[in-house]
Design a binder for this molecule. Structure first.
Ligand code: GLN
Length: 251
C-alpha cells in the first residue's frame, strides 16, 4: 500500500470473499453476472476473489465474508428463501451493522425490509433496513435510469416488479429516478442505501453497465477489511459506452 492508501498491482496477496445466497432460486435477468463483475474487477487489480455459492439448506459463514449478494426472484421463490434467510437473521443483522457489504436486487431487495405483502399472503423480511413492500398492479416494467450519489454516471438497467417499496422516514434511497418506475412508481426514488447495503430494483444485470456501483461496493469492502481508501482506476471505456447506450435507449 502506498501513502495514499492505494493498493497497487505489485501487492496481490489480498482479496475479498463473496457469499452468493441461493443462486439456484434468486437469479433473474442475469443477476449472477454481478458476481462476475466483482470478480473481474478484483482480478484486474490483482486481488484474489473467493466466491462461495450458498444453496438452499446451507448457511453462509458471514465471519468469513466481505460481500453478500442476493439476486431477484419470483414471488414463489421468495417464499421459499425467506424462511431460510430468517434462520440467519441475527448473523445478517450483525454483518450489516458491522459495515458488511450487501447488494440485493429486486426480490432480494424486498426481503431486506420488514415484509413483502402479496394481498392474501405476506412474506416476512429480514428487517435489516426500515422499509416494507406491497404488491400492486400493474407490474412496473421497463428500462430505468437513476441518479445516485454513489456513482458519477447514472445507474441504468431494467426493472420488472409487482412490489411497491416504501422506505422508512430516515432511510436514504439509492437515488432519484430519471426514467422508469423505481421503488413505487410515484415517489421518484429508487432502491435503498443503508450503511454498506445497497438494495435496488435494477436488473440487467446491474454491475456490468454500472462500474461506478461495482467499485463503490468493492471499495467499501476493501476499506472494511484492509483500510484501503482508494482503488486503482480501471479502463471502463466499454462499460461506460454500454451505460450511455442504455441511457439513450431509456430516455
Ligand atoms: N417477485 C417480486 C416482484 O414481482 C420480485 C421480482 C423480481 O425480482 N424481478 O415484485
Amino acid at each position: 500500500m502506498n501513502n495514499a492508501g492505494v493498493i497497487n498491482r505489485r501487492e496481490n496477496s489480498r482479496g475479498l470473499r463473496i457469499a452468493h445466497l441461493y443462486p439456484e432460486l434468486l437469479n433473474l435477468y442475469g443477476d449472477s453476472g454481478n458476481i462476475l463483475v466483482l470478480r473481474k474487477r478484483l482480478e484486474w487489480r490483482h486481488f484474489a476473489c473467493n466466491v462461495r455459492e450458498v444453496f438452499v439448506g446451507e448457511k453462509a459463514d458471514l465471519s468469513k465474508t466481505d460481500i453478500v449478494f442476493i439476486g431477484g426472484g419470483s414471488d414463489r421463490d421468495q417464499k421459499i428463501v425467506c424462511e431460510k434467510l430468517l434462520e440467519q437473521q441475527g448473523e445478517l443483522a450483525s454483518f450489516v451493522e458491522d459495515g458488511g457489504v450487501l447488494l440485493a436486487v429486486c426480490g432480494g431487495y424486498q426481503l431486506l425490509g420488514h415484509s413483502y405483502s402479496m394481498g392474501d399472503e405476506e412474506v416476512r423480511g429480514l428487517s435489516l433496513v426500515d422499509f416494507y413492500t406491497d404488491r400492486g398492479s400493474p407490474r412496473l416494467i421497463g428500462n430505468i435510469g437513476v441518479q445516485s450519489r454513489i456513482a458519477r454516471e447514472p445507474i441504468v438497467g431494467f426493472e420488472n416488479h409487482g412490489g411497491r417499496t416504501y422506505l422508512g422516514a430516515g432511510v436514504d434511497s439509492l437515488g432519484s429516478v430519471l426514467f422508469g418506475w423505481g421503488n413505487d412508481g410515484k415517489s421518484g426514488q429508487e432502491g435503498c442505501l443503508y450503511k454498506n447495503v445497497i438494495g435496488t430494483y435494477v436488473h440487467g444485470p446491474l454491475l456490468p453497465k454500472n462500474p461506478g456501483v461495482a467499485d463503490y461496493l468493492l471499495l467499501r469492502a476493501m476499506e472494511r477489511r484492509y483500510g484501503v481508501t482508494e482503488l486503482e482506476p480501471l479502463d471502463d471505456e466499454v462499460e461506460l459506452a454500454a451505460n450511455r447506450a442504455i441511457f439513450a435507449r431509456g430516455q
